[in-house]
Design a protein around this ligand. Structure first.
Ligand code: FAD
Length: 307
């Protein structure tokens, strides 16, 4: 079958799933913090885990591998967009059930909401995530972290759906969490929900820590400009931002994408940037650092789609 025929048949079958919102030819720029990205042939937004698993199962039967999306805050979608199916796990699939010092959290829950709920209940463990704009699902794939904390510190288990839509539960120890990596990224499973474990703390201290972290972010990072956070991972024994600043990358521009003047490890969209601009800038910055220090910076951002 031609791609258009497959997409028509896929749409027809997915339309029958209750609790699954479907949008055809949806610009993914609307769903990334960069504000960049071509269209998805078909964007599905499950409102509950059952709808997500059914959609994955149907895609599998039709030999289509969906691309998963959370809040799109660590993502570059190329300008040609994504052929086939994109499943956005965010918004309504973000239910949080607190049980004492534990919580069962759906993958689409924003980290910001979790930080607030924990602070309100006097639970410590999530303060590191203040100001990280992603979902729990995206954070698990990346093992998102900051200020000495990582999401893996609070995870007990993760429930995933494999490519056929079958659900299984993986204990934290099985997930080989490391610096901005986890087995989950390699497996390509959809993250459905996870059990998180916190500790009781002093509500005033937790609140103060959240406020400090947020104000430090505002002072050091270009938080009001569209970006995808840190572009490069921290190299062993150094900081990507320091290396980039030393080679004069701040202010460097390709098209409408620029290296932030505030933080050299952030690329910002000046308005109208394309994914090609961003990728060109990433390569140019990588080359500058390589020529000066003989070190190839490794991108932290995920890239999907076609040129
Ligand atoms: C201003 C700013 C500051 C940031 N600061 C930090 C920081 O301090 N520390 C840090 O670690 N990150 C930071 N980030 C990056 C980003 O917010 C985190 O990596 C976040 O955890 C990504 O979550 P997301 O929902 O946006 O994922 P997305 O960007 O949507 O996706 C990231 C990856 O996860 C996959 N994915 C997402 N959800 C699922 C799911 N449910 N199932 C399977 N796969 C899924 C996607 O396919 C993709 O490969 C920052 C970003 C911005 C814009």
């Amino acid at each position: 079958m031609a791609i258009t025929e497959i997409n028509c048949e896929l749409t027809r079958r997915l339309e029958r799933i209750a609790g699954l919102e479907l949008r055809e030819n949806e610009p993914l720029a609307r769903h990334t913090s960069f504000g960049i990205g071509g269209p998805a042939d078909l964007l599905a937004i499950p409102h509950e885990p059952r709808a997500l698993c059914e959609a994955i199962g149907i895609a599998h039967e039709m030999e289509t591998e969906p691309v998963f999306l959370g809040n799109g805050t660590n993502l570059i979608v190329r300008d040609g967009g994504v052929r086939g199916l994109v499943i956005r796990i965010a918004g309504e699939m973000g239910h949080v059930q607190m049980e004492g010092e534990q919580a069962i959290v759906e993958a689409g829950a924003p980290l910001a909401m979790l930080c607030c709920q924990c602070a309100r209940k006097g639970l410590t463990g999530m303060e590191f995530a203040a100001g990280i704009p992603g979902t729990l699902g995206g954070a698990l794939i990346m093992n998102a972290g900051a200020n000495g904390g990582e999401i893996s510190d609070v995870i007990e288990w993760v429930e995933v759906a494999d490519r056929s839509g079958s659900i299984s539960r993986m204990a934290s120890e099985e997930l080989s969490f490391g610096y901005r990596r986890s087995t989950l990224r390699e497996l390509g499973h959809a993250i459905i929900r996870a059990r998180l474990s916190f500790r009781s703390g002093d509500p005033a201290e937790i609140h103060e820590k959240l406020c400090d972290t947020l104000s430090q972010r505002c002072a050091r990072q270009p938080v009001s400009s569209p970006s995808a956070g840190s572009i490069f991972k921290r190299p062993e024994g150094d900081y990507a931002g320091r290396l980039l600043e030393t080679v004069g990358a701040k202010g460097m521009q390709v098209g409408r994408a620029a290296v932030s003047m505030k933080h050299a490890n952030f690329v910002v969209n000046l308005g109208g940037a394309t994914a090609r601009d961003v990728m060109g800038l990433i390569e140019a910055a990588q080359n500058l650092v390589y020529e000066e220090f003989g070190m190839m910076l490794e991108p932290e951002v995920c890239v999907v789609g076609e040129d």
